[in-house]
Design a protein around this ligand. Structure first.
Ligand SMILES: *[C@@H]1O[C@H](CO)[C@@H](O)[C@H](O)[C@H]1NC(C)=O
Ligand SMILES: *[C@@H]1O[C@H](CO)[C@@H](O)[C@H](O)[C@H]1NC(C)=O
Length: 308
């Protein structure tokens, strides 16, 4: 009985917790994933009392669709770009669980009920796919969403996540002095650029509606960015939630409740990127900024992305 109660509590509290966590300054996504894996959610740590939210916002209303109910809208993003957090917001905004071309058990256990469903089933609409690698999903896509994050931050977050050890999330900085880091980071920076180029190219050549937003602006104003996503879904595939106004209002309440709770993060003790990597990275950022502008998206400040 207590177990059932605590499970129910987790499902309701987790999204609120995650939204709170995600608004920490310099928050890194691997922390959140580790917490999901460990199942250690401490509502009192969130700084959000469920009770302060208005009644209609205190419980999460998200569902899976019936088979064939929804069109497919792939959610593309370079690994480490805050994908998990973005999915929670998209689920809160649309009221539909997000799907995935991967099947990540820890996410499924953490309350992502669309994780592990068949992305082609139509039971989900927005489907996580870091790269446009799943042909069936890409062929059936009716629109695309692309999330951009500063590549330097994304690559650090992803490298830490992959090398992270269990729940402590304390990752030794020494990993940034290792051979795998030196050998791969330049390639990853270029891969970040390729993804942005590929996504805009796919949207153009297949004539698919595309929406792009950045992790950084999402952190600044999640409600506003989610409203833009809903506008996009309405214009692009003619879909809108029945209770749109209520959903926006609740996002905005959660956002207000979360901003007051921020945790300082220890800054890196040295620059993880070498001069050569930064040359590659900054050049890639300049290219991608231009490519996105040409496609009609002014979603990040180039000076804020540069490392030099
Ligand atoms: C992007 O396209 C290039 C060439 O078209 C391909 O080699 C590469 O694997 C693609 N990259 C991604 C991230 O999809
Ligand atoms: C978010 O953006 C909207 C539209 O620009 C604005 O009205 C609102 O005050 C912003 N909220 C925050 C918290 O910055």
């Amino acid at each position: 009985m207590t177990e059932i109660t605590s499970k129910i509590k987790i499902l309701i509290v987790v999204p609120i917790l995650l939204l709170a966590l995600a608004t920490f300054r310099d928050y890194e996504e691997e922390l959140m994933i580790n917490q999901l894996e460990e199942g250690k959610y401490q509502p009192q740590e969130t700084g959000i009392e469920k009770e302060i939210l208005e009644q209609e916002c205190s419980e999460r209303k998200v569902r899976l669709g019936k088979k064939g109910e929804f069109e497919i809208v792939p959610l593309l993003s370079y690994p480490g770009s805050g994908n998990t957090w973005t999915r929670i917001l998209l689920e809160d905004a649309t009221g539909i669980y997000t799907g995935s071309i991967y099947s990540d058990g820890s996410l499924a256990r953490g309350g992502f009920k669309g994780e592990g469903t068949n992305p082609l089933s139509g039971m989900t609409m927005i489907v996580k796919s870091h790269f446009p690698s799943n042909e069936e999903v890409m062929d059936r896509a009716k629109a695309l969403i692309f999330v951009v994050r500063n590549p330097y931050d994304a690559i650090i977050a992803e490298f830490k996540r992959r090398r992270g050890h269990g729940h402590t999330s304390v990752v030794e900085e020494d990993i940034f002095k290792s051979k795998p880091w030196f050998e791969n980071a330049p390639r990853w920076l270029q891969g970040w650029g390729n993804l942005a180029r590929n996504v805009t190219e796919i949207a153009r050549s297949r004539n698919l509606p595309l929406h792009v937003y950045s992790f950084e602006r999402l952190k600044e104003n999640a409600t506003y960015e989610m409203e833009k996503v809903l506008n996009f879904l309405d214009d692009g595939i003619g879909w809108t939630p029945d209770d749109r106004e209520m959903r926006i209002k609740c996002l905005s309440e959660l956002q207000k409740a979360a901003v007051s709770f921020k945790r300082e993060k220890v800054p890196p003790s040295f620059e993880y990127y070498t001069k050569e990597m930064i040359e590659i990275g900054d050049k890639t950022i300049r290219d991608v900024h231009e490519v996105l502008l040409e496609a009609g998206f002014d979603v990040f400040d180039i000076e804020e992305y540069f490392r030099s």
